[in-house]
Ligand binder design. Structure first.
Ligand SMILES: Nc1ncnc2c1ncn2[C@@H]1O[C@H](COP(=O)(O)OP(=O)(O)OP(=O)(O)O)[C@@H](O)[C@H]1O
Ligand SMILES: [Mg+2]
Length: 376
């Protein structure tokens, strides 16, 4: 997938910004606080229907404006053109999504059609933060890769909220809660099992990519690996039916605890992905440099995984890459990513184009200043 043209109005500090993209590398340079990251946020918004920083839509509206519009023109790898428009109006909170001028009933129809991989500074929480950060990472990749995953995850979260409300309200009154929860049990478990299976295969497939990519970034013979730690460990030696039976047993065994704590304690919302380098847990033992290399290798793997599943090269957004990584590592990352598809890179260092991109053909350097593209 390639983004051909982007048009922003009233988005963050961009009053009206329009530009035509390079199909290879797009470099946004400019001083701090000028609106470079905001451009990446807008591009990602076209792909995932929300801010990748999880900022509420209201915050994205340019102060003093009534709403924002993001418009992008995409060209798929097979040569099909799509126009995507998103309009958000602040006072009635209405978000309108149009693909080829056709209004979409649900924002979810957008997710995965225009796949995107984002690497931004805060993401070191994937390697050193709590389990929730790694679940969020997995959920975003899997939602883009498999439309069915996003649907099931949405349903699972809805049932989970309902279960938790019932559990909070009937704390200590087990039999009352059991009666109210029962109608949800089967669907809750089916969703839980489906999500868990998707995540298991994701982890095993992405691990192969990860080991290959990590080896290209780090010279030492270190080996990264991943482990999915689930409420009901998946056993390849048993049938799907037996797997389901095992999950049901484990689920019902938590009932006393559910009543005690007033919340759902079984399920993929509690699962964990553990990252390792040479069998040592990354979060606890890896150096900052190792963590960065791990993260970058994981992101490149994400792009390969999305390409494999969607048969579409994702856009690659690299926010402040050079600020985050040392020269040698950022050079390697650029080498790897520019061979993979269309990239959008930001940097506060205006000389970056000369030092890193001289050997590349077709890159465009945009200078961003006070919420507009000053010159190319
Ligand atoms: N809703 C909004 N309305 C107006 N301005 C906003 C809004 N949200 C953010 N901004 C402004 O956008 C600017 C930050 O933009 P951005 O994060 O894209 O900067 P940047 O060029 O990436 O800077 P850095 O190099 O420091 O990362 C700030 O000046 C901020 O005040
Ligand atoms: Mg920035």
């Amino acid at each position: 997938m390639k983004l051909e043209k982007l048009n922003l109005s009233g988005f963050r500090n961009h009053g009206s910004t329009v530009f035509t993209c390079s199909p290879t590398v797009n470099l946004f340079v400019g001083r701090n606080g000028q609106g470079k990251t905001n451009i990446l946020e807008a591009i990602a918004y076209l792909s995932i229907g929300k801010s990748f920083y999880s900022a509420p839509d209201n915050n994205l509206v340019r102060r003093g404006d009534e709403g924002f519009v993001i418009y992008g023109s995409f060209l798929s790898d097979s040569g099909v053109r799509y126009s995507v428009g998103i309009r958000f109006t602040e006072n009635n909170k209405i978000k309108e999504v149009r693909i080829n001028n056709k209004e979409q009933e649900r924002i979810s129809t957008l997710i995965g059609k225009f796949p995107v991989v984002i690497l931004y500074p805060d993401q070191h929480t994937i390697t050193n933060g709590g389990p929730g950060e790694r679940r969020r990472f997995m959920d975003l990749v899997l939602s883009q890769a498999h439309p069915g995953y996003f649907e099931t995850l949405t349903e699972y979260r809805r049932i989970l909220r309902q279960r938790n409300t019932i559990l909070t309200e009937s704390r200590g009154r087990g039999s009352r809660a059991r009666g109210l929860l029962e109608p949800w049990d089967e669907r809750f478990l089916d969703c839980a099992i489906e999500i868990t299976l998707y995540r298991y295969s994701f982890i095993s497939e992405i691990e192969t990519y990860l080991q290959d990519n990590y080896g290209k970034i780090v010279d030492d013979p270190e080996k990264p690996s991943l482990k999915y730690d689930a409420a009901t460990p998946f056993d390849v030696n048993i049938s799907e039916e037996q797997q389901k039976e095992k999950a049901y047993k484990a689920f019902y065994a938590t009932f006393d605890n559910e009543i005690r704590y007033g919340t759902t304690v079984f399920g993929p919302h509690r699962d964990e992905v553990i990252l390792f380098i040479n069998d040592l847990e990354v979060r606890k033992f890896a150096s900052q440099g190792q963590q960065k290399s791990f993260l970058v290798a994981l992101k490149i793997s994400e792009s390969q995984y999305l390409l494999e599943k969607r048969k579409e090269q994702p856009l690659i957004l690299l926010d402040d890459l050079f600020g985050e990584l040392d020269r040698e590592r950022s050079r390697k990352v650029l080498e790897l990513t520019t061979g993979m598809g269309q990239t959008f890179v930001t940097s506060a260092d205006e000389s970056i184009g000369d030092t890193h991109y001289t050997s590349l053909n077709g890159h465009i350097q945009f200078v961003v200043s006070e919420g507009s593209i000053a010159h190319v």
